[in-house]
Design a protein around this ligand. Structure first.
Ligand code: MRU
Length: 384
């Protein structure tokens, strides 16, 4: 998608040198910075410390991490070592293991001399496939939004609530949950997006930045506002992304997603999950019980990152912040230093609360039978 006048993907390579670059998402929305990744340690740090984040982008970055490592060492032992190092960077997003497995299984049977080029070509293909999958999700989700707009018929926008950032920054391009929103806006539908801030990392700020850059009307809200808005008819549907969806349709996504699903269920509001097929974990039949939930560093809860602004909050208790460097990015402490903190990064929404899964092959019920029926080819290859 566009940043200013330039079209960016979230990860890309130089077609002459094969150098790989990413957008360093730690500083968004306040600073747009790109950085080149080269060593396996670079890729591991970028994934672990969330310079890149979002399940599909984590997968694409891992694929490139493998490809760059194989340029330097194409041996079986070298490939296995890179797989091990990258696989433990983040535990929940299944696209990470999916991409590493796919790279290794593709390259290992080849003669050593052919491995580097084959690995690069597959990394390119994985990134390109992600873009196409998300485009298809957008087209399928667009029809849902179109139907709701037609049914509403009150001249008001279709109000969509989303949680976290399942936008183009979390994928290679388009996003998963945002792709239907972008397609709807491009098709001239009147849409408005409620963007949950998504504590503690505030990925909602990334979503707001993206939507704003694309001209999609949106409102940034605190995480606890969604239920109230739903009770008062201000939400027509919810669309979120997913980091891992079990074979039975249980959906693991950013912490707080489950509460939104409960509120949507109580208010009879459709709750959709944008699901690219690489995010399905065919080996897990009960997501609530078996998907590992990443517990991140408590400092993410203790501290908040933000930009110093010249406009002071009128109700602010701060008379003089003592720091006049307006525009600078800074970190502040929030709870008392002595308080214990917890930071589970994801939760699992049971399939029974999910209205439908928006996949690249169509919209289906969140159930074992529906997923197996839609992806018989993938299901067989995983469980074989
Ligand atoms: O911890 P993050 O920022 O990597 O988590 C991202 C999310 O939870 C997204 O909503 C999810 O990965 C879907 S990305 C298309």
């Amino acid at each position: 998608m566009k940043v200013g006048e330039t079209h960016y993907r979230s990860i890309w390579h130089d077609s002459d040198t094969w150098a790989v670059s990413i957008i360093d998402q730690r500083w968004l929305p306040h600073r747009f910075e790109t950085v080149q990744l080269d060593s396996t340690a670079d890729f591991a740090t970028a994934i672990r410390d969330m310079w890149v984040r979002g399940a599909p982008l984590i997968g694409a970055t891992a694929a490139w991490g493998m490809a760059k490592a194989i340029e330097r060492d194409s041996s079986d032992a070298g490939i296995d070592a890179t797989w091990e190092l990258l696989e433990c960077t983040r535990p929940t997003a299944i696209n990470l293991r999916w991409a590493l497995d796919r790279m290794r299984e593709h390259v290992r049977p080849l003669p050593i001399a052919e491995r580097a080029l084959a690995a690069r070509e597959l990394a390119v293909a994985i990134a390109d496939e992600d873009v196409e999958i998300n485009r298809q999700i957008g087209l399928n989700g667009l029809e849902l939004i179109r139907a709701i707009a037609a049914k509403k018929g009150d001249g008001k926008p279709v109000n969509i609530l989303t949680h976290c950032n399942a936008g183009w920054l979390a994928t290679v391009d388009w996003g998963t949950a945002t792709s239907p929103m972008y397609h709807a806006a491009d098709a001239g539908l009147d849409v408005h997006v409620w963007v949950d801030e998504t504590r503690p990392r505030n990925q909602g700020a990334l979503t707001a930045w993206e939507l704003g850059s694309h001209g999609v009307p949106h409102t940034y809200i605190v995480d606890n506002a969604g239920g109230h808005l739903m009770q008062h008819g201000e939400v027509d549907l919810v669309i979120v992304g997913t980091d891992r969806t079990a074979a039975n349709g249980d959906v693991c996504n950013k912490i707080g997603t489950y509460l939104k699903a409960l509120a949507a269920f109580d208010n009879d509001i459709p709750f959709y999950v944008a699901l690219p097929s690489p995010t399905i974990d065919w080996t897990v039949s009960d997501g609530v019980r078996d998907i590992p939930i990443e517990e991140r560093n408590g400092d993410e809860v203790r501290r908040q990152l933000g930009r110093l602004g010249s406009e002071r909050n009128k109700n602010s208790l701060i008379v003089d912040s003592g720091n006049s460097a307006d525009g600078a990015t800074t970190e502040i402490a929030v709870p008392p230093d002595a308080s214990a903190v917890g930071n589970p990064a994801f939760d699992v929404t049971p399939a029974r609360l999910v209205t439908g899964l928006i996949t690249e092959r169509g919209v289906v019920e969140a159930s074992t039978a529906s997923l197996a029926g839609l992806f018989p080819d993938l299901q067989v290859s995983r469980s074989a």
